[in-house]
Design a protein around this ligand. Structure first.
Ligand code: NAG
Length: 239
């Protein structure tokens, strides 16, 4: 029975390890929590890393420790980030976007130099009174819209760091093979366990049946009954 337990523990461990591999993808292994989405990884700065909570844009960037601030290329990505952000920071409303005002192109650019294709500006008719060079962008978790904010104020914006997943194509095949191997070994271990369990049960059942049909000599039963009767008579005869 002990070996059966060990088998199960080993098989759950393998499954866990596998899930861990699949879930974390090829995200940085720096002991922080990186969440993969499509071919990127995201780290939502929270808990002990987020004690001060209010940062300027420059300060927010340093929290990413060598990685970039959040950039957004699609409506899907926008949606993913606001949903995940709501789970991580229940109270925080906005997040910093890794955008800055470029004086050459006189436009907003992403910090990682990706072209700005997708945007989700909130509708505002009033001209922002921010200096172009002090214009940074925050993403509203409630609406998903982007707003121009000051880069130099300490704003209570969540910090999300982002990086590309490494060599995802090369990883695809080994991952599928690994899945197949893990599933096969789990099935095999389950099968062996089931057989061991079945044999064990049958052995138990066998011995129970054997005890049930154990031979009881009728004499002994009679003897006890008689002695009872004798005893009863003796008690009765006492006046
Ligand atoms: C924010 O500023 C940029 C650059 O000046 C501008 O293109 C964008 O429309 C502004 N967004 C809002 C919502 O005002």
């Amino acid at each position: 029975m002990e070996s059966l337990k060990t088998n199960h523990r080993c098989c759950f461990f393998m499954l866990f390890l596998h899930l861990q591999l699949v879930l974390t993808g090829d995200c940085p292994a720096d002991k922080r929590t990186w969440v993969p989405f499509n071919n990127r990884c995201y780290h939502f700065v929270h808990g002990d890393e987020d004690k001060i909570k209010s940062y300027t844009f420059e300060r927010a960037k340093t929290l990413c420790k060598g990685f970039e601030l959040l950039t957004i290329q699609s409506a899907d990505e926008n949606e993913f980030v606001i949903n995940y952000g709501k789970q991580v920071w229940k109270d925080k409303v906005n997040m910093w976007l890794g955008m800055y005002y470029d004086t050459n192109s006189e436009d907003m650019r992403w910090v990682n130099e990706d072209p700005v294709k997708f945007t989700n500006w909130e509708d505002s008719s009033d001209q922002s009174d921010l200096m172009p060079l002090e214009t940074c962008v925050a993403l509203h978790s409630n609406t998903g819209k982007w707003e121009n904010v000051s880069c130099v104020d300490d704003v209570e914006n969540g910090v999300v760091c982002e990086t590309n997943q490494k060599a995802e194509e090369a990883k695809q095949k080994p991952s599928a093979l690994l899945s197949a191997l893990v599933i096969l070994s789990v099935v095999a271990i389950m099968g062996v366990s089931a057989v061991i369990w079945f044999l064990h049960q049958r052995h138990n059942l066998g011995s129970t049946l054997f005890t049930a049909f154990e031979y009881h000599p009728p004499f002994r039963v009679l003897e006890t009954d008689q002695s009872c009767l004798v005893e009863a008579e003796e008690t009765d005869s006492v006046p």
